[in-house]
Design a protein around this ligand. Structure first.
Ligand code: SF4
Length: 239
C-alpha cells in the first residue's frame, strides 16, 4: 500500500484490509471483487490484483506456510543489507543466489526509470441520475480500475449523449462540474463529466450496470475521482 501512497493515507485502508483478510489464506479465498472493494480509493489497483494473485499462488504452491516470515525477511534484507544506494554484498546472506551479484550489476540495479510524459486520454464520464439513484457499472477485471464500480465512461461526448438518450435521460445544461485531470501510472485521464437526469422510474437494473442510491455511494467500491464527482453531485442536489 505504501508504494506511491503516503502512510497517513494508507493506514486506515491497511487496518480495514488486515481485519478483513487477516492472513494469506483468507486473502486467497476471497473473490477479487471483495479485494478490489477493500482497496477502492487507494489507486494503483494493479497492486491489489497482484497481491490477490500472489496470495492464490502462494496458497496453491505452499499452502500459505511461512509467507509472513518470508515477507518479513525480504523487508529486513532491503532495510539493512541490500539498500538501494549501498548494498552490503560482502555480508549478504543470499549473495550466492543473487543474480545482480552473479552478473556484476549490483551497482546498476535497480535501474532508475527514465521519466516519461504520460499520454492524455479523454474520459467522458456520464453521471446518469434517475431520481436519487446513479448508474454505475462494474469494470472488467483487466484494465484501469478493473473490478471496481465506475461511472460509465466514453471516448467521445457524442457516444455519451447517445447512451444518456437511450436511458431516457436528458443532459442537465450548465451542471457546474469542472473538467479535471487524474494521473495514473501510465497515462493521464482528462475527465469531462456530464450530468443527465430523469425520473426515478428510469432506473432499471441491467447487469453489469446497477443503479445505486446517492446516499449509498460511500459504501460502493469506487475509484477516488468518481467518488469525488458523485460527492459533488450529491452536494449540488442538496444545496
Ligand atoms: S548480494 Fe544481491 S541481494 Fe545481497 S546485498 Fe548484494 S545486491 Fe543485494
Amino acid at each position: 500500500m505504501l508504494q506511491q501512497t503516503q502512510v497517513a493515507t494508507a493506514l486506515p485502508y491497511f487496518r480495514r484490509f488486515i481485519e478483513r483478510f487477516p492472513d494469506v489464506c483468507s486473502l486467497a479465498r476471497a473473490p477479487i471483487a471483495d479485494v478490489m472493494g477493500a482497496w477502492a480509493g487507494l489507486g494503483y489497483y494493479a497492486r491489489a490484483r497482484n497481491l490477490h494473485a500472489c496470495a492464490r499462488a502462494v496458497v496453491e504452491r505452499h499452502g500459505g506456510r511461512d509467507m509472513a516470515r518470508y515477507t518479513q525477511a525480504i523487508m529486513d534484507l532491503g532495510a539493512t543489507v541490500c539498500t538501494r544506494m549501498q548494498p552490503a554484498c560482502s555480508r549478504c546472506p543470499v549473495s550466492a543466489s543473487c543474480r545482480a551479484q552473479q552478473t556484476g550489476r549490483t551497482a546498476a540495479l535497480p535501474a532508475t526509470r527514465a521519466r516519461r510524459e504520460r499520454p492524455v486520454r479523454p474520459s467522458h464520464v456520464l453521471i446518469a441520475l434517475a431520481g436519487q439513484a446513479v448508474l454505475l457499472q462494474r469494470r472488467k477485471a483487466d484494465g484501469i480500475w478493473g473490478g471496481l464500480m465506475c461511472l460509465p465512461e466514453f471516448r467521445s461526448k457524442a457516444s455519451l449523449l447517445r447512451r444518456a438518450r437511450a436511458l431516457g435521460l436528458d443532459p442537465v445544461a450548465g451542471a457546474p462540474l469542472a473538467p479535471r485531470r487524474h494521473a495514473l501510472t501510465h497515462l493521464t485521464l482528462a475527465i469531462e463529466p456530464v450530468v443527465a437526469a430523469g425520473p426515478a422510474s428510469r432506473a432499471r437494473d441491467a447487469d453489469p450496470r446497477r443503479w445505486v442510491a446517492l446516499d449509498r455511494i460511500d459504501q460502493a467500491a469506487l475509484p477516488a475521482p468518481h467518488r469525488v464527482l458523485l460527492r459533488e453531485v450529491r452536494r449540488l442536489l442538496c444545496a
